[in-house]
Design a protein around this ligand. Sequence first.
Ligand code: 2P0
Length: 322
Amino acid sequence: MTGEAGAFPNVALIKYWGKRDATLNVPTTDSLSITLDRLATVTKVRFMRSLSRDVVTINGRPEPPHSVGRVTAFLDLVRVMASTSLRARVESVSEVPVGVGFASSAAGFAALALAATRAVGLPLDPAGLSRLARQGSGSACRSLLEGFVKWRAGTRSDGLDSTAETLYAAAHWPLALLMVSVERDSKAISSRTAMERTVRTSPLYRGFLETAAGDLAVVETAIGERRWDLLGPTVERHALLMHATALGADPPVRYWRPGTVRVMDAVQALREEGFTAYFTLDAGPNPIVLCPVDQAEAVASRLVALAAVRDVQVCGPGRGAW
Ligand code: 2P0
């Protein structure tokens, strides 16, 4: 009983930031992301009689118990669906360079969902796979799919209508996404914890809820019409607003490091010089800079020249999980 699958990370332009049901792992608002064309995670799952517990390695190294626990909880969902109690060996290989800090759980759980269901011979339709991956890590349902992807929050209490779909294929708009690494340390607080604390304690979270749908509508139009003038400012402001809600949490969640702000300043300076560059920021210190493909090399070399920047990986929109 062996299955293998691969997936790329995704970058959210409109963020998933808050759950309406933490057990089903369904979000409060719709989100929209671009699946990348690099930095793959490839995962092999083998259900074996000889194992008494799940074993998980990433790039050959055994994972700590809390990480294995999360994988076991996820594989339990697959075991129930497939009526098996077999434990699994999960071997994951990630192309994300060590220390770059974009080790996204999205690619990991997308690949794991596909590999595990293949291993047990459980052919799920796209909606079924979306629901399963989402329960491992919300953003994983977006990494299953190609290109420009929308994850609908849905309204049903059973979460069945909370699934992702591709709005536009990767080729629709071949823009560049520059993954800018300013920190190698793993984040001080997980996005899951930060999200929960922000929703529970931040008086600013209300502002995120009030603007999310409007920002999403603008970004959908911007992508449909390939309009940087609409996309860039909205994506930047939306990311800053998400971080503002976290700063307002109790205790506060502050992901920014000095290098984060240096890159934000550099992006603004590049714009003042005539470049079309905008940043977004997920639940961590490392910005992602969006720009047209023909500007990517110049923008990347300017960013990599900053003392605070360790590395820049230039990506584009990519395929779904395979
Ligand atoms: C996103 N993030 O839309 C947002 C922006 C972080 C900031 O999706 O609890 O690791 O596993 O469902 O998927 C990160 O959240 O959270 C995330 P869980 P996940 O990309």
